[in-house]
Design a protein around this ligand. Structure first.
Ligand code: APR
Length: 232
């Protein structure tokens, strides 16, 4: 089976009702990145940051994977699929994808404030624990924090993602503005033999001299079209 590698971003989940970040009406219009998505913001006002992610986490109970997520899940019958996602929601998994690398963390998990990237201190919450409170502690005695990779923090999963990208026969970019590194830089590691597709309803500026087959549609329609192109 060929290796199909996906790089997804917020647009993948837009049709499920989760806001993107940089579109008109996106999350970064309502919130400041510095306040809710940096370690400095967290140090300054942990309560605000914990509440912000509690809201995002709570929303997971009200949303469902869309057709795009589901087609990706189905493609596992025909390809070795790995999804590298910048999304922190769990819709890829719920759409049937088994190999998902979350570059920017996962909403359903928490970690230690003192040692956020220590895998031993990362824990998945049960649904009744979704509302994290100030005073809820990690095993090391520090405040439980959202397991999210914030701006300015290392992206530990990037090495694993790089290895996967290097093995791609087909590489598909879906629903990301390609603004955030190192995720956007993964494109540079796609082998020359691989075809590259980009699914996004809006124009995306991509920094490459490679040929990119653009499917200018939303995630669900775009995935339907990709399925046809791939002949499955
Ligand atoms: N289907 C597919 N793509 C869509 C759809 C849709 N229905 N609607 C919007 N999009 C596209 C937009 O055109 C845009 O190119 O999704 C992209 C969303 O871009 P961003 O909001 O910048 O999100 P993303 O690229 O995932 O952001 C990367 O930045 O804020 C941080 O850590 C956060 O993981 C996030 C990272």
């Amino acid at each position: 089976m060929k290796n199909l590698v996906i790089l997804s971003g917020a647009g993948m989940s837009a049709e499920s009702g989760i806001k993107t970040f940089r579109d008109t009406g996106g999350l970064w219009e309502d919130y400041s990145i510095e306040e809710v998505a940096t370690p400095e913001g967290y140090a300054k006002n942990p309560e605000l940051v914990i509440r912000f992610y509690n809201e995002r986490r709570k929303q997971l109970k009200d949303v469902e994977p869309n057709v795009g997520h589901k087609i990706l899940g189905e493609l596992e019958q025909h390809f070795n699929v790995t999804v590298i996602t910048q999304n922190v929601d769990n819709l890829h998994e719920r759409g049937g994808s088994k190999n998902v690398i979350h570059l920017h963390g996962e909403l359903i998990k928490v970690c230690s404030s003192r040692d956020p990237q220590n895998p031993k201190l990362v824990r998945e919450l049960s649904e009744d624990e979704y509302d994290v409170k100030m005073g809820d502690l990690s095993e090391d005695g520090s405040q439980l924090r959202p397991f999210i990779v914030w701006f300015g923090e290392p992206v530990p999963k990037i090495e694993e993602a790089l290895d996967i990208v290097r093995s791609a026969d087909i590489f598909v970019i879906i629903g990301t503005s390609m603004n955030v590194y190192p995720a956007a830089g993964l494109l540079n590691y796609v082998p020359a033999r691989a075809e590259i597709y980009l699914i996004d309803p809006h124009p995306v500026t991509v920094n490459t001299n490679r040929t990119i087959h653009v499917i200018a549609k939303g995630a669900s329609e775009g995935m339907e079209e990709l399925k046809k192109i791939l002949g499955v």
